[in-house]
Design a protein around this ligand. Structure first.
Ligand code: CP
Length: 345
């Protein structure tokens, strides 16, 4: 079957088909094994991919820039702070400037595609970042790629499963433990949501562990449960980190996320609350209780809090491979949705 994603937006992997996910993964693997080959190195020739960052980034910015270069094109970095965007609060203008509609329609004439990142402290309420991406998409004909908003991080989720498959083969029927961890970064949900959605979509059992009070948004958990049901897989919740690490677990993803009241209590209060729960950390002793479990994380890792150095730098850590895969996944996405490359699966 030939998979055609030409012109599509990518905001969350839950919004594309499993066939499309498999096509992106297949092409990314091919591109990884033929990184500078002539087959792919002019797919974006003479074209400019635009990147809009409301928040900092290491991996996403550099891997998208490298991806555009390796496809024969160019990636242009845009910082909203350096532009003149109109800002409103509760419907009232607090900063005069251009509307999203005008900015989007103009950029649409310059670029071949656009990536946007907006999350955590760049928004005032949960969901505003994702809504902004969809607002841009409404006015643009060129494809939009979500480079992490406050709900989803599709490129990260795809890179996660690509790395997991490289190390343990077919993921169908295997179990991932997604566990909350203490830390001082007060992280949003995008990478966690995306991993839960895509692993459950690909037939994995999902085990979620977090302290009481750190529930993830109900609408996303409902989707993960539905994905597990469709595949006849288990979805479990634990509130004790020691009980969550068992022989069924093949992957451990230990990551901080903020509580549901984050936007009311603020970053400092969240950090103070989370920092006290030091028992929520991935350790070598806990990893030994799993089925030769591999440690995964989207990075940046909060070492000594989310995970010990011993695990993060140890032989069972696949975090650097996954970070590398961001490059190959993004090349595959751009090749398919911008250059119109079709993939046989
Ligand atoms: N994982 C990830 O998106 O990393 P950056 O925030 O450094 O881009």
């Amino acid at each position: 079957m030939l998979v055609d994603m030409n012109g599509k937006d990518l905001i969350c992997t839950q919004e594309i088909s499993v066939k499309e996910i498999k096509a992106i993964l297949k092409l990314a693997s091919e591109m990884k094994s033929d990184r500078y080959g002539e087959k792919y190195n002019s797919l974006l020739k003479d074209k400019t991919f635009l990147m809009f960052f409301y928040n900092p980034s290491l991996r996403t910015r550099i891997s998208f820039e490298a991806a555009a270069t390796e496809l024969g094109g160019h990636a242009q970095f845009l910082e909203p702070a350096a532009m003149r965007l109109r800002k409103t609060k509760g419907g009232i203008e607090v900063q005069a400037g251009e509307t999203i509609e005008d900015v989007a329609k103009v950029l649409d004439r310059y670029g071949c595609g656009i990536g946007i990142r907006i999350l955590e402290t760049a928004v005032e309420n949960y969901g505003e970042g994702d809504a902004l991406l969809r607002e841009f998409a409404k006015y643009m004909k060129i494809p939009i790629i979500n480079m992490a908003d406050d709900k989803y991080h599709p490129c990260q989720g795809l890179a996660d499963v690509m790395g997991m498959r490289e190390h343990k083969g077919n993921l169908n029927g295997k179990t991932i433990l997604m566990t909350w961890a203490h830390g001082s970064l007060a992280r949003s949900y995008c990478s966690v949501h995306e991993n839960l959605l895509i692993t459950s979509r690909l037939g994995m059992n999902v085990r979620l562990a977090y302290p009481k009070g750190y529930d993830l948004p109900e609408e996303e958990i409902a989707k993960v449960k539905a994905n597990c049901e469709v595949n006849d897989r288990k979805f479990e919740i634990y509130h004790n980190p020691d009980e969550a690490y068992t022989k069924e677990v093949e992957f451990v993803y230990s990551r901080n996320w903020f509580g549901p009241d984050f936007y009311e209590i603020g970053k400092q209060s969240e950090i103070e609350r989370a920092s006290k729960m030091t028992n929520w950390i991935c350790t070598e002793e806990r990893m030994k209780r799993t089925n030769e479990g591999l440690f995964t994380h989207p990075m940046p890792v909060d070492r000594g809090k989310e995970v010990t150095d011993e695990v993060a730098s140890g032989p069972r850590s696949i975090i650097i491979d996954i970070a590398e895969n961001r490059l190959h996944i993004q090349k595959a996405i751009m090749a398919m949705i911008i250059a119109g490359l079709k993939v046989e699966i």
